[in-house]
Design a binder for this molecule. Structure first.
Ligand SMILES: Cc1cc2nc3c(=O)[nH]c(=O)nc-3n(C[C@H](O)[C@H](O)[C@H](O)COP(=O)(O)OP(=O)(O)OC[C@H]3O[C@@H](n4cnc5c(N)ncnc54)[C@H](O)[C@@H]3O)c2cc1C
Length: 390
């Protein structure tokens, strides 16, 4: 396993569950064993309580794995079946799970100034949390899931927050205009200064950040800038390996990137049957679990196309936002219910059929949509060839 995060861990657990009793090695860039990343923008940011980060999956020692943590893989020698680790000894493999996740994008101008931060890892969250005691004026660049959630958490700490996005509404791409407008109302109701249709052009200050410049000439005062403008799959170590890299590691319907090599989680891009085989990469917690387990089965030669029903949850101002299936701007949105206080239910349609749904407050309705969408996504494929342990 390269990447000791959720997808890598799930693949390791599934291999053991299916009776694989050979050597398991997890190579991880972070110095920590796997932890839950979602609380970093929610409970952990609010409380700094490490207990929120624990994966409730039993004792990791039961895996009987070797953990090589704190050093990133730097290359893949596919013909030699070796993972390279800079000057450290390489790791030989018979089967390989690529699960290196995604890394935060930064701003092109001013992104490295002290006081400008991204949030992806526990170290990032600790640094961000440490800055909050000074009660900074915060500007968040990007109003996707992460930016919106961080805004809500910082408002719960009563910090002044400005949220900047080039889009017409928050969550425009993942949830579409109508649902995004409801989220905009929620932000405004919680006194977030929302700057839509605006792009951050530069961040300035000396020695630390003082101003955020927007494309209409506005200069926003800021002591802390959180950049939440999306993530990039961590594939730099795979360049020149011969694997197909295209906004992630491209795998086939079985999850294979090459014989005996699978990829899973935020880093993997696979042909989604519900979109006629269009390649999809999903940065959601449940996908890392589903795909990690599927990748392990594919390594062992179990048949089965990867055709999960994607799902997501997030927290906004004390409400759980939950989705199933395919959602977003490329589908037709049908608002089924919308109530004062931010309770809503919306469906997403493609070619006249329902492909996804999202809700805040009508969670019980999602089971119905999950069943409906699951039926559309199931279809058999031939079994992959299992890897042979030497
Ligand atoms: C702040 C935050 C909040 C989130 N909230 C939600 C949420 O509410 N709901 C939801 O569904 N999803 C959420 N997500 C997304 C979810 O956490 C991810 O989809 C999930 O963690 C992906 O798992 P992964 O194993 O693919 O990648 P990761 O969890 O990122 O793990 C990948 C690991 O690989 C390591 N790595 C990278 N490069 C190398 C290398 N070259 N060599 C060795 N190791 C390497 C990384 O350091 C990392 O430890 C959130 C993510 C973040 C960052």
């Amino acid at each position: 396993m390269v990447g000791a995060g959720l997808a890598g861990l799930t693949a390791a657990q599934e291999l053991r569950r299916l009776g694989y009793d050979g050597a398991l090695v997890l190579v991880g860039a972070e110095p920590f064993r796997p932890y839950r990343r979602p609380p970093l923008s929610k409970e952990y940011l609010l409380t700094a309580d490490d207990r929120h980060l624990t994966l409730a999956d039993g004792d990791l020692d039961d895996l009987a794995a070797t953990w090589l943590l704190g050093h990133a893989a730097t290359g893949l020698d596919l013909p030699g079946r070796r993972v390279l680790r800079g000057t450290l000894p390489p790791v030989d493999f018979d089967g390989l799970v690529i699960a290196t996740g995604a890394g935060a994008r930064n701003l092109p101008d001013g992104g490295h100034l002290p006081g400008v931060m991204t949030l992806r890892s526990l170290d990032d969250a600790r640094m961000l949390r440490a800055r909050l005691a000074d009660r900074p004026r915060v500007v968040i660049a990007g109003a996707g899931f992460l930016g919106s959630e961080i805004a809500a958490t910082l408002r719960a700490l009563d910090l002044p927050v400005t949220l900047v996005s080039p889009d017409p509404v928050p969550l425009h791409r993942p949830l579409g205009r109508q649902v995004g407008a409801l989220v905009a109302d929620l932000h405004r109701a919680h006194a977030v200064d929302l700057r839509l249709h605006r792009r951050v052009t530069a961040v300035t200050g000396d020695p630390t950040v003082r101003q955020v410049h927007l494309d209409d000439g506005t200069a926003l005062p800021a002591d802390l800038v959180v950049v939440a403008v999306g993530a990039r799959p961590r594939v730099e170590w795979l360049r020149g390996s011969g694997l197909r890299l295209d906004d992630g590691v491209v795998v086939d319907g079985n999850g294979l990137a090459a014989p005996g090599v699978v990829a899973a989680g935020d880093v993997a891009r696979w042909p989604q049957p519900a979109l006629d085989g269009e390649l999809l990469r999903v940065e959601h917690y449940s996908n890392a679990i589903d795909q990690g387990a599927h990748a392990a089965r594919a390594l062992l030669g179990y048949p089965g196309r990867f055709a999960p029903v994607p799902s997501f949850w997030g927290d906004l101002y004390g409400r759980k936002l939950r989705s199933v299936g395919l959602t977003g701007i490329r589908y037709d949105t049908h608002l089924v219910a919308s109530e004062p206080g931010g309770r809503f239910l919306a469906e997403y349609h493609r070619d006249g059929g329902v492909v996804g749904a999202v809700t805040a407050g009508f969670t019980h309705s999602l089971a119905h949509y999950r069943d409906l969408i699951a039926k559309q996504m199931a279809a058999p494929v031939p079994a992959p060839t299992p890897f042979r342990a030497s």
